[in-house]
Design a protein around this ligand. Structure first.
Ligand code: E4P
Length: 214
C-alpha cells in the first residue's frame, strides 16, 4: 500500500519524507489556502521534496477551464497529478486530459457508481472521502470495499486513493481491503508509528543495559 500525506504544509511534508516511506502528497484548495503562499511556487517546492505523485487541484468547474488549469499545473513539475472534481464537466475533462497523457486524481467521490464513471473516463486515481461519510453516519469504509470490488471485477487500472482519513484504523481497514493508497493528515502518519508498548519496552531495554554497567 502506498502512503501519502494530505497536507500542503512543507514542514510536515519534509518531516514525513524524512522517514523514507512517503510515496506522495495530496493537497486541496482548503489546505493550500491555509498556507497563504503562491500556489504554483508551493506545488513546485512540494514536488522538490517528494519523488512521487503530488496532487494539485483545479478550481474551474467548466470543461474548458478545467483543461486549461490542468495543462498549466502539469507544467510545474512531472510529479503533478491534477485533481478534478467528480462532476460531469470534470469527467469530460479527465477523458480529454488522459488522451494528452495528463494524469487525473478524481476527487470528491462519495459513491461507487461515481467511482465506476471516473475509471471509465480514465482517472489515474479515484479519491473516495471516507471521513466525510462517517461524519454523516454512513460507513465510509463500505465505499472503499465496493470500489475495490468493482475495479477488480473489470480489471480497471484506476488506483483507489483513500481520502479524508481521520485515524489509524482507517488506514488499517483500507489496507485489509486492498486499497492502493491511503492519504492521511500528518498527525495520522505520526500516529501510525506509535505504540505505547514499543516506548515502554525500549525504556526497559535501555535501563537494563545501563544497570549492567554498559
Ligand atoms: C483528499 O484528497 C482531500 O484532500 C482530503 O482527504 C479531505 O479530507 P477532509 O475530509 O479531512 O477535509
Amino acid at each position: 500500500m502506498k502512503l501519502f500525506v494530505d497536507t500542503a504544509n512543507v514542514g510536515e511534508i519534509r518531516e514525513a519524507a524524512s522517514l523514507g516511506i512517503l510515496d506522495g502528497v495530496t493537497t486541496n484548495p482548503s489546505l493550500v489556502a491555509k498556507e497563504k503562499r503562491e500556489f504554483k511556487e508551493l506545488i513546485k517546492e512540494i514536488c522538490s521534496i517528494v519523488d512521487g505523485p503530488v496532487s494539485a487541484e483545479v478550481v474551474a468547474t467548466d470543461y474548458q477551464g478545467i483543461l486549461s488549469e490542468a495543462r498549466n499545473l502539469v507544467k510545474i513539475h512531472d510529479n503533478v497529478v491534477v485533481k478534478i472534481p467528480l462532476i460531469k464537466e470534470g469527467l469530460k475533462a479527465v477523458k480529454s486530459l488522459k488522451a494528452e497523457g495528463i494524469r487525473a486524481n478524481v476527487t470528491l467521490c462519495f459513491s461507487a457508481t461515481q467511482a465506476l464513471l471516473a475509471a471509465k473516463a480514465g482517472a489515474y486515481f479515484i479519491s473516495p472521502f471516507i471521513g466525510r461519510l462517517d461524519d454523516i453516519s454512513h460507513t465510509g469504509m463500505d465505499l472503499i470495499r465496493e470500489i475495490v470490488t468493482i475495479y477488480r471485477n473489470y480489471d480497471m487500472k484506476t488506483e483507489v486513493l483513500v481520502a479524508s482519513i481521520r485515524h489509524p484504523l482507517h488506514v488499517l481497514e483500507a489496507a485489509k481491503i486492498g486499497a492502493d493508497i491511503a492519504s492521511m493528515p500528518f498527525k495520522v502518519f505520526e500516529q501510525l508509528v506509535k505504540h505505547p508498548l514499543t516506548d515502554i519496552g525500549l525504556k526497559r531495554f535501555l535501563e537494563d543495559w545501563k544497570k549492567a554497567g554498559n
